[in-house]
Design a protein around this ligand. Structure first.
Ligand code: ATP
Ligand code: MG
Length: 333
């Protein structure tokens, strides 16, 4: 057995993906595909149905997200990229894990509280159950490492607890995975409301910078980013807007936050924002170009997802067989 990590992460096909997803998650996926053995990335369409959605649009967004991931550098030859609903093991394991998941723990999840408060019509049981499905996604592969943004800390902590509780109750079966969040950029904030995270479903339109935004839109959104009444380019809890832009520039250029502060010492916000826009255009323009080439060929995208699902199923099926056996579900193995 190799010492390489088994990496697993999922991304929702709701809405279009944004700079926070790119910096907090997608960038880590691309880096992970050569470290992980295997590195498994999943487009979690079943998570997306936990809030109001349109069925035809869900399919479109799934292809959009697949094409974005490929354009960003995921290579189906070096990772396993698939659609969650194609591998039924995820949903089956969700139910089984729910027997060792505490209702009280689910009740404490921040994401459920935030998202349920925003629902106009139905607060679905699926929204409440989201973290159990997420636990199943990861535990079905005995993954050791879960690269995510900072907002997913609590969900990863819960899946660790679920794995531990399963092992205590039924014997050593599942692997307790480690959280992996980037040092810089784990929480990219909304450009208009820098107190809250940039989000696919909840943010402000002009504060959400999309991976597929064109150069003009990128410059406009970053030029209009909320800062503060000062003029110092430094990180501080009182300066969430400027701090966010420093993080973005540091990641886009691949340098330290301190280097950014030194470079823009005394420069004022205008020049600084211009430099952030320049760097983000440099980061995203090549992704958008490749996306334009990949997105029209839905048959090819579908084929890539299907091939990925086959590999994923081959890994998850034996884990599910163990889980069923341990739990006394079905005939004895
Ligand atoms: P929603 O707000 O509807 O939950 P989302 O923007 O969080 O959508 P997801 O598909 O749920 O998108 O998240 C995909 C990955 O992106 C996760 O690993 C998540 O932690 C990460 N992520 C999401 N938002 C940010 C952000 N603002 N900064 C850094 N990482 C983020
Ligand atoms: Mg999310």
């Amino acid at each position: 057995m190799s010492d390489a990590p088994i990496i697993f992460s999922g991304i929702q096909p709701t809405g279009r993906k944004h700079l926070g997803n790119f910096i907090g998650a997608i960038r880590q996926y691309v880096e992970g595909q050569d470290r992980g053995d295997p590195a498994i990335f999943c487009i979690v369409d079943l998570h997306a149905i936990s809030v109001a959605y349109d069925p035809a649009e869900l399919r479109e967004r799934t292809y959009d997200t697949t094409a974005i991931l490929l354009a960003a550098g995921l290579d189906p030859a070096r990772c396993i990229l698939f659609r969650q609903s194609d591998v039924r093991e995820h949903t089956e394991l969700t139910w089984m894990l729910s027997s060792v998941t505490s209702h009280g723990d689910l009740n404490r999840m921040h994401q459920f509280k935030d998202k349920s408060a925003k629902q106009q019509e139905l607060v679905s049981a699926a929204l409440f159950y989201y973290p159990v499905l997420m636990a199943a996604d990861v535990l079905a592969y005995r993954a050791t490492e879960v690269p995510v943004g900072d907002d997913q800390r609590q969900h990863v902590e819960l899946m660790r607890e679920i794995a531990r509780r399963f092992n205590e109750r039924f014997g050593e079966t599942l692997v307790v995975p480690e959280l992996r969040i980037p040092e810089v950029g784990a929480r990219i904030m909304d450009l208009q409301e820098p107190e809250r995270k940039m989000s696919t479903t909840g943010g402000t339109p002009s504060g959400t910078l999309l991976v597929l935004d064109d150069e003009k839109a990128i410059r406009k959104k970053l030029g209009g980013a909320v800062t503060d009444s000062g003029r110092e380019v430094v990180r501080s809890p009182e300066k969430p807007g400027v701090t966010n832009l420093i993080d973005i520039l540091a990641v886009a250029r691949g340098i330290d936050q301190e280097q950014v502060e030194r470079e823009f010492d005394g420069a004022g916000y205008g020049d600084f924002k211009g430099a952030v826009a320049e760097a983000v255009v440099g980061l995203l323009a090549p992704v958008r170009e490749r996306y334009e080439q990949l997105r029209p060929d839905e048959a090819a995208l579908e084929q890539a997802l299907a091939a990925g699902a086959e590999k994923a199923r081959a890994l998850a099926a034996p884990v599910l067989a163990d889980v069923r056996d341990r739990m006394g579900i079905g005939p004895a193995a």
